[in-house]
Design a protein around this ligand. Structure first.
Ligand SMILES: [Zn+2]
Ligand SMILES: [Zn+2]
Length: 478
């Protein structure tokens, strides 16, 4: 009975951990490594297990750094079930289809460039095959993963359908309870509920992306957004919002809807200019039973989501191109989030040279991306082989993170009453070190920072006392 730390031990992407017990192998996540070309090349490496012999996968949420290598796992022979929260299944289908499409396109490009055939990591067809093995599960239902392993998903408050996972592992009459945090959101995030408390565990496997920092206050960020949307400049030019398709786009729309009257947004034309963000938004609108109290109330008051009467969903390339003829009064939300590609690039090309344009940066911009160059204040940027002067105002809105900060993470851990040992994953070294020190001091936790490949003997964990608890009415088997 052991857990082996594999991906995202000591780094942020490629989440994947291996649970072995009673002759069975179960994966927690099977994510894509994202970053530089050199990092991403590691995605094609062999797994440290035989894909054919994996019995099942338990998926925490739909982000690619958690599910993006599932098509490769299936391609290499995995035929078992993949358990995920119902909304995660739908969002994963959207993300995997897009990822596979990009892999295919990149392979064509590389083949041409190198003069030999380069195969994609996986194809669109292989991405689709994953969906046939997906099994949707609701929050707070206990289910059997395989013989000897039960699991339960609870809300992680990170994106729609995101989960922390409770896992009960049995072998030769011994049971240990492991908790896998997945990615945890901030408390009081709009639309989503707060992370559910978990009362007991023998060990906690925990993300630590922002374990070393405190986020800017979200309320202050929303106020700043309102100021920008009501500024004199907003009456003259267009407003461009580069945003990731899943999570950020929906939150921006929600904030606009929530403040529709207050910010006098009726005078704008608002475009969601991204087929993928439109698909993801539909999943968000459909799964309203997962909303927090405020979103539920607003939805009922408005007779459904979206809350914006002047929202236009721009699907086709023609729809998108038509936006370029608008000189003022448009709010355009489009991908990619870091302006590396996608439709936002075209809008930037048409609007950056104009004084009256505003660009609202709402997410992380990696070094080398176009978004980062704008944030860094470059006076001219190159787009599609053309030098474009930057006369637009570039605003960075810092408080919209989907990840909990140091305080959120510690708050979540403190719900676990017996204070079990913690194993930090999904974080760079500096944030892990800072968080280990912080959690040790604040909660008296025993914190480990496992290296990739290291194993944890689950039998060796001291089993935690079980707090008295009512029988679980949600429990279902099978
Ligand atoms: Zn995530
Ligand atoms: Zn992640």
């Amino acid at each position: 009975m052991e857990l082996q730390f594999f991906g995202a031990a000591g780094e942020v992407t490629g989440s994947c951990h291996i649970l072995r017990f009673g002759g069975k192998t179960v994966l927690l996540d099977c994510g894509l490594i994202q970053g530089s070309h050199r990092d991403e090349a590691r995605n094609a490496d062999p797994f440290p297990f035989d894909a054919v012999r994996v019995d099942a996968v338990v998926l925490s949420h739909a982000h690619l750094d958690h599910c993006g290598r599932l098509p490769l796992l299936v391609k290499r022979g995995f035929r078992g079930p993949i358990f995920a929260q119902e909304a995660s299944c739908e969002l994963a289908a959207i993300l995997l289809a897009d990822a596979a499409h990009l892999q295919e396109r990149d392979a064509v490009y590389q083949s041409r460039k190198l003069g030999r055939q380069v195969k994609p990591l996986y194809t669109v067809a292989e991405g689709e095959r994953v969906m046939r093995q997906m099994r949707g599960v609701r929050y707070r239902q206990t289910f059997d993963v395989v013989d000897g392993l039960r699991a339960r998903f609870v809300d992680a408050g990170h994106i729609l359908g995101s989960c922390a996972v409770e896992l009960w592992v049995q072998e030769e009459g011994i049971e240990r309870k492991l908790v896998f945090s997945g990615d945890l959101g901030q408390y009081d995030t709009p639309i989503l509920r707060d992370p559910d408390p978990i009362d007991r565990a023998d060990a906690v496997l925990m993300e630590s992306t922002y374990g070393g920092r405190r986020h800017r206050d979200r309320a202050a960020t929303v106020t700043e957004l309102g100021e920008l949307l009501t500024s004199p400049r907003s009456r003259e030019g267009n407003i461009l919002v580069p945003a990731f398709s899943i999570g950020r786009s929906q939150e921006i729309l929600y904030q606009l809807g929530r403040h529709y009257e207050q910010w006098e947004l009726g005078r704008f034309r608002i475009f969601l200019d991204s087929p993928m963000a439109i698909e993801a938004s539909k999943v968000y609108w459909e799964y309203h039973h997962l909303y927090d109290e405020e979103a539920t109330r607003l939805r009922l008051e408005n007779g459904g989501m979206p809350l914006l009467p002047n929202l236009k969903l721009s699907r086709s390339v023609e729809d998108s191109m038509a936006i370029n003829s608008i000189r003022s009064g448009a709010i355009v939300i489009a991908g990619s989030g870091m302006c590396n590609g996608g439709r936002i690039v075209h809008h930037l090309k048409h609007n950056l040279g104009r004084d009256e344009t505003q660009v609202l940066i709402t997410g992380y911009q990696a070094r080398g991306s176009l978004g980062r160059r704008l944030v860094d204040g470059e006076e001219s940027v190159r787009i599609h082989g053309q030098d474009v002067p930057v006369r637009a105002a570039i605003h960075t809105l810092g408080g919209f993170s989907a990840h909990g900060d140091q305080d959120d993470l510690a708050r979540w851990y403190e719900c676990v009453q017996n204070r079990p040992p913690v194993y930090l994953v999904h974080g760079e070294r500096e944030s892990q070190e800072a968080f280990a020190e912080y959690l040790g001091r604040r909660a008296g936790a025993e914190v480990h920072r496992p290296r990739p490949g290291e194993t944890l003997d689950l039998r060796g964990l001291a089993p935690a006392p079980i707090p008295a608890r009512k029988p679980d009415p949600d429990r279902v088997t099978g």
